[in-house]
Design a protein around this ligand. Structure first.
Ligand code: HEM
Length: 196
């Protein structure tokens, strides 16, 4: 009998849907930000999506539904199937330090592709948490009157905008590290495409 897939089909579909949707959210979000920056800089036009504020909002709101639906399936499956308990847990600070040290020496082990190292566990759990936070702060910005309680949790509308921006920055940083690591070990990308 064939060995079970490293990444079940549902994980692969939701991973790539999530990746594509997050990219659309970020690029359109940067266009929206450029219309009214909260920090003293704008994102380069070439990296944005939508062409202008109205166009970017349409992209952002359309992709938002895909992200929310896909993320619910992805997280629901990860939690209920025990995948996250098996693959992303426990996250031990001592193991993270040891793995960062071996990575810096170019000696991080990749012998077993079905096992995540401590840095991967932290990065994946962290980025999933940040996506949850960015969705909640996004809801607070989208419906600040209807969801007053939620908006107040973020310290008001401007606070929610700042949290939304910082969560985006964390997600972009995680993606840069994540994609660089994946490109360094291309067979992990094959496993995330074919399952094996
Ligand atoms: C082109 C962009 C991307 C590539 C090439 C990529 C590649 C990969 C690969 C190869 C793995 C499996 C790692 C391994 O088996 O060692 C993985 C897992 C994962 N990726 Fe990505 N990824 C991309 C974008 C993203 C984005 C945008 C996010 C979230 C913002 C993300 C979140 C995750 C998570 C949470 C896992 C763990 C999934 C699980 O095991 O349940 N990835 N990615």
């Amino acid at each position: 009998m064939a060995a079970p897939a490293i990444h079940p089909l549902l994980v692969r579909i939701t991973h790539w849907t999530n990746a594509a949707t997050v990219m659309v959210m970020i690029a359109s979000g940067w266009q929206i930000y450029n219309a009214s920056p909260i920090l003293p800089f704008r994102f380069p036009e070439a990296l944005t999506l939508g062409g202008w504020l109205g166009g970017a909002l349409l992209w952002h709101f359309a992709a938002m539904w895909v992200l929310a639906l896909n993320f619910t399936v992805l997280i629901g499956y990860g939690l209920l199937s025990g995948r996250y308990r098996r693959k992303l847990w426990p996250i031990r600070p001592r193991e993270i330090l040891a793995d960062v040290a071996s990575a810096l020496r170019g000696r991080l082990a990749h012998a077993d592709p079905s096992h995540y190292n401590a840095v991967q566990k932290l990065l994946y759990a962290g980025v999933l948490g940040l996506i949850g936070l960015i969705m909640l702060s996004g809801l607070a910005i989208w419906k600040p009157v209807q969801l007053q309680g939620l908006t107040a949790l973020f310290g008001g509308f401007q606070g929610a905008r700042l949290v939304h921006f910082l969560a985006m920055a964390g997600i972009v940083g995680s993606i840069l590290i994540h994609v660089a690591m994946a490109l360094l070990v291309p067979r992990t990308i094959r496993a995330m495409v074919t399952g094996r």
